[in-house]
Design a protein around this ligand. Structure first.
Ligand code: AHG
Ligand code: MN
Ligand code: MN
Length: 327
């Protein structure tokens, strides 16, 4: 039986043609697909090459760098630059703004090339997350510190699982699966389920005592209703929330017994983690806020590697916890 599956690029061509848009975004997305496929390849074969361990250095976030972080970062940078469509990129592993095509580039790209590092030595799921904003030639043209509200697209590859999920501005959140020809095929639109029966709760429970009192209380009062799931990779955990609904949270850490370990801003990075999943959740009918109850999409970053607390998932749960956080 011959297969005539619609690939992601077919899907995007149709989308751009329907909206009478140029092909620049397709050219950019083609480079992101190439990076995603290469990360998939290197990650799946990493154990055979002995590439799943530490590299030996510490990154700008103060975290130990893995070989895989560097491989994935190089793959993304190289492919973005080759597209010729990127003016600047911000990447987790790069302290400085990555300058690409400053003359002709049209897009800003924010990326986490390898999300969920603690899973790497075990070859368990990690993510490649990205958000895209458009250069505004009429305004503060080269302003790369954009709020999620201004993204035109955001997405994630879950690797080596082989799924690619992308949200397009006002055009929904879509899932594709990798096939044996290394194409992402079979577009399916994703809506966070409204039926509470499948909803899950996802957070690092070892941190529970360090959360603000109202957050601890909310968890205590509500956790009995949900199954508890935590993978330690935002991409993987959020993938489950997209499928089953519920709440993923990485709150501010303010009551750590060792005050040096407090993280009042939370752990996750705003531009290439929190805003990416917030944009996707929004297009899938969900919502995301920070510790003050502010929608993640409204936060204008002051610096590229800024952190944010994150509460993301089904809208009624976010509305409920927002009241607690604001109160
Ligand atoms: P990264 O691997 O890019 O540094 O991100 C790790 C993040 C995120 O993926 C995950 O949700 C969270 O850190 C896990 O943190 P804990 O180990 O503190 O639970
Ligand atoms: Mn990450
Ligand atoms: Mn990372």
């Amino acid at each position: 039986m011959l297969q005539f599956e619609k690939t992601f690029i077919d899907f995007l061509l149709e989308h751009q043609e329907r909206h009478k848009r140029s092909y620049n975004f397709i050219i950019l997305m083609n480079s992101i697909m190439n990076a995603g496929k290469r990360i998939q390849y290197y990650y799946s074969t990493g154990a055979l090459r002995g590439d799943l361990g530490l590299e030996g250095s510490v990154n700008i976030q103060g975290e130990e760098v893995l070989h895989m972080d560097l491989i994935a970062n190089e793959l993304v940078k190289h492919n973005l630059a080759r597209s010729g469509r990127v003016i600047y990129a911000v990447g987790e592993e790069e302290e400085d703004l990555i300058r690409m095509n400053e003359e002709g580039g049209r897009y800003f790209v924010y990326y986490d090339p390898m999300d969920g590092s603690s899973n790497v030595p075990h070859n368990l799921p990690i993510g490649f997350l990205f958000g895209i904003a458009k250069r505004d030639l009429g305004g503060a043209e080269d302003m790369h510190l954009r709020a999620g509200r201004e993204f035109i697209a955001a997405g994630m590859f879950v690797i080596p699982t082989g799924t690619f999920t992308i949200a397009l501005h006002e055009a929904g959140c879509w899932r594709f699966h990798i096939d044996e020809t290394f194409n992402y095929v079979k577009p399916t639109q994703i809506f966070i389920p409204e039926n509470r029966k499948t909803w899950e709760l996802s957070f690092n429970s070892a941190n529970r005592r360090t959360f603000a009192e109202p957050v601890r209380k909310w968890i205590k009062d509500n956790e009995g209703q949900f199954a508890f799931r935590y993978m330690g990779s935002l991409a993987g955990d959020f993938h489950r929330i997209l499928g089953n609904g519920g709440l993923f949270l990485y709150p501010a850490i303010i009551n750590h017994p060792d005050p040096k370990k407090n993280r009042p801003q939370g752990k996750l990075r705003l531009m290439y983690e929190a805003a990416v999943v917030a944009f996707m959740a929004h297009e899938a009918g969900g919502a995301a806020i920070d510790e003050r109850g502010t929608p993640i999409l409204d936060i204008v970053p002051e610096q590229p590697h800024q952190r944010s607390s994150l509460y993301i998932g089904s809208k009624p749960l976010i509305e409920d916890i927002a009241k607690v956080l604001k109160g």
